[in-house]
Ligand binder design. Structure first.
Ligand code: DHE
Length: 688
């Protein structure tokens, strides 16, 4: 393992072309005033030099360093007692670098960080390559030596101070400036790539807050480095992936230090101006016009093409490609299955009819500028038949949900989600709508309001006057799915490292289950564990594990809503997990792992022996493997290879596996960045 501290302050060596300097491994001659290995840092010159070095290197962005203003970073190891830690490591034999003493160890960690990567970065494994190797070139020898001395023996008054040093915002004169053109570019790219995790107002959610009080102390270089290199906790490496150049990461880093621009609201009138009924309900077919098994269609997001493909699950043929909103996030089917509701990241909702010979768009509308979720009314029972009557869109910005006519998409009711946080009861101006599911027991949607950590039960039986029960859960609610009985809804509260469980029949929270870092289930996987009975599993963005929770309070009360099993994976960065009631396997990806090989590796776990993965393999030699879906019969699994839209031959494809033998059956090539896939039958029936 490699030591991994003082992380990545500057752009990576490949970017700056400093590779030749970065490889220095020997302690360099120093002109620093001599200090012994045992004496605490003393003298204003050395202190000053050390502080200069920490500041230039932006070390505080990733590390806790006592006495260094603003050094409260959590991406790298806490350096409060690094000398003691280094000593133990050198003695224990776990250390694999070249240093023979603590001072050498600290020096090596600065100038050659990948010589040894520390095992633990605040609960997640540290990663090779994250801390730039160019500090040896960037800092003077004197600064490096002073930093080594400081870390070896921080001044006593610093060690004794236990309260964190407040971050000091830069004076206004130091706030970087951008040209109008650069600002407009950064605003757009922030919306497209960053707002999803950090929030439109940059108050943080899946990713940390990026308001000026947090970003200014880090500075342009440190921020640019994070943007370029990514982090082990799931921040994509936008530079390394080729999405942003070095210059662009710097513009974005400067933008993040400015006040976030306030985005506009959206009224019902504005929504209606975008509303189009392309084929009125009375002109639509009254029965399927196709001889294909339309219930075995897969609706596939072609993310960077702004389209969905409808693919015949029996023939593997693309039946239609339909223009939709920008970077479609999910598709959900109407209760009868004939309609697909496709939501773009730009809040554009498109309704597709699967019954014509070639599936066809029948209506569209934009209900917000930024959205991730859509659902339909599914309840049919004593209280009425609501199948295919209404749709609901959950927005990120403006923070609201919108109820629409399920046949025409006419929007008619907007409900704001602005409110007060579950734990501290503080006003939040941007509580975004995460997953929405439709209850099978009542005419209700379960609407997860991310930033305030509340799960809202929205009664749609009188949708102009909806009754809403607000259930307190935990921050920040993200994605989730039903248990096998569809009575309990399990949702990840990803920054609290919890899964919240709601009883849709009794309308109450039944548990908040602690999990490893950043659970990310998609909709999760329901299966029967040989030891613990019916369970639901989630993968994790922040941990290399599958967590399994007991879901059978009637039959196995001792395991209900408890973590009964954790299965180790080769890496973190998982986004999705999937199974089928008839399958012997649980499938899992590691899409956001920073190791390109792991990012395209998938694993299966045998339900009969769920102690470890049965097999892991790479599904392609490029791109990232993501998201699974079964065919209607539950005999095949489809996996997306998420490629690069402008790289011919590597834009992306779908790989189809036989679910019993795990043998590859087919590939559907040359798709533009396929991500989510939604089989009509399985989506209608919540099979996962
Ligand atoms: Fe998603 C589901 C939000 C990034 C592909 N994603 C969801 C849901 C939410 C969400 C709230 C649940 C919807 C529901 O069930 O009603 N996703 C977000 C984000 O905020 C985030 C982290 C950042 C962003 O800017 O969007 C994000 N998501 C991604 C991706 O990068 C993925 C892999 C590709 C993409 O579209 O950019 C991606 N998300 C998906 C998919 C689902 C999803 C395929 C549905 C999974 C399912 O099986 O139901």
């Amino acid at each position: 393992m490699k030591h991994h501290w003082m992380a990545w302050i500057l752009l990576g060596i490949s970017v700056l072309g400093l590779a030749a300097c970065a490889g220095r491994s020997q302690p360099t001659p120093t002109s620093t005033p001599a200090l012994s290995a045992t004496s605490p840092v003393a003298g204003s010159d050395v202190m000053k030099l050390a502080m200069e070095g920490f500041k230039k290197g932006g070390c505080g962005a990733c590390h806790v360093i006592p006495g260094v203003p603003g050094a409260q970073g959590t991406l790298g190891p806490d350096l409060s007692q690094i000398a003691e830690v280094a000593e133990k490591r050198l003695e224990s034999g776990e250390y694999a670098g070249k240093a023979k003493s603590v001072l050498d160890y600290l020096h090596e960690a600065i100038v050659e960080p990948d010589a040894f990567v520390a095992p633990d970065c605040n609960g997640v494994p540290c990663q090779k390559g994250l801390m730039p190797a160019n500090l040896g070139a960037l800092l003077s020898s004197a600064e490096i030596e002073a930093m080594v001395q400081y870390l070896n023996h921080p001044p006593e008054e610093v060690v004794e101070r236990t309260t964190p040093v407040p971050e000091e915002p830069s004076p206004a004169s130091e706030v970087p400036l951008l040209s109008e053109e650069e600002f407009a570019w950064a605003k757009q790219v922030y919306f497209e790539r960053c707002a999803g995790c950090h929030g439109t107002l940059r108050k943080g959610a899946t990713g940390p807050a990026l308001t000026p009080d947090k970003t200014q102390p880090k500075g342009t270089l440190a921020l640019a480095s994070i943007i370029f290199n990514g982090t082990p906790r799931g921040m994509p490496d936008w530079g390394k992936q080729g999405f942003l150049t070095q210059e662009q990461t710097e513009i974005m880093a400067k933008f993040l230090q400015m006040e976030p621009p306030a985005p506009p609201e959206m009224s019902l009138e504005q929504m209606k101006q975008t509303w189009k009924v392309l084929v009125p309900p009375e002109q639509r077919p009254t029965q399927p016009q196709t001889t294909r098994d339309w219930q075995n269609y897969f609706v596939v997001t072609l993310r960077d093409a702004g389209q969905v493909a409808v693919i015949d699950g029996d023939m593997y043929e693309v039946v239609a490609k339909l223009d939709t909103g920008y970077a479609v996030h999910i598709s959900r089917m109407s209760a009868t299955g004939r309609y697909v509701y496709v939501i773009g990241r730009d809040g554009r909702l498109v309704m597709v009819d699967l019954w014509p010979e070639v599936p066809q768009k029948v209506a569209e509308v934009q209900t917000c500028y930024d959205a991730r979720s859509v659902e339909v009314s599914k309840y049919k029972g004593e209280l009425g038949d609501f199948t295919d009557r209404y749709a609901i869109v959950g927005c990120y910005w403006p923070p609201h949900f919108v109820i629409l006519d399920g046949q025409t998409l006419e929007p008619f009711k907007i409900v704001s989600t602005r409110g007060y946080t579950v734990d501290t009861e503080e006003y939040h101006p941007e509580p975004r709508v995460a997953a929405i599911v439709a209850s099978h027991f009542k005419p209700e949607w379960i609407v997860n309001v991310k930033e305030i950590g509340q799960i809202w039960l929205v009664d749609y039986s009188d949708p102009h006057n909806p009754t809403i029960k607000m259930i307190e859960a935990a921050r920040y609610l993200h994605d989730g799915g039903w248990d096998a009985t569809k009575r309990y809804f399990l949702v990840a509260a990803n920054q609290s490292n919890k899964v919240a469980v709601v009883d849709a029949l009794d309308g109450k929270l039944v548990a908040l289950v602690d999990t490893p870092a950043v659970p990310h289930p998609g909709r999760g996987a329901n299966w029967v564990d040989p030891q613990f009975g019916p369970v639901w599993s989630t993968a994790h963005l922040g941990d290399a594990a599958i967590t399994t929770i007991g879901t059978d309070p009637a039959g196995h009360p001792q395991y209900a809503w408890k973590v009964v099993r954790e299965i180790a994976l080769p890496g973190a960065g998982s986004l999705f997990i999937k199974t089928h009631p008839t399958s012997p396997w649980i499938w899992v990806d590691m899409t956001l792992n920073s190791d390109p090989k792991l990012a395209r590796t998938i694993c299966v776990v045998a339900k009969s022996d769920p102690t470890q993965p049965y097999k892991c393999w790479e599904v392609a030699d490029y791109g990232r493997a993501t998201h699974f879906e079964y065919n209607r019969q539950g005999t095949e699994v489809w996996v997306s290879v998420w490629g690069t839209a402008d790289k011919p031959g590597q834009t992306g494809e779908i790989v189809i596996y036989d679910d019993r033998t795990l043998q590859e059956k087919a590939r559907i090539p040359n798709l533009i960045t396929p991500t989510g896939k939604f089989n009509v039958y399985n989506t209608v029936n919540d099979i996962y």
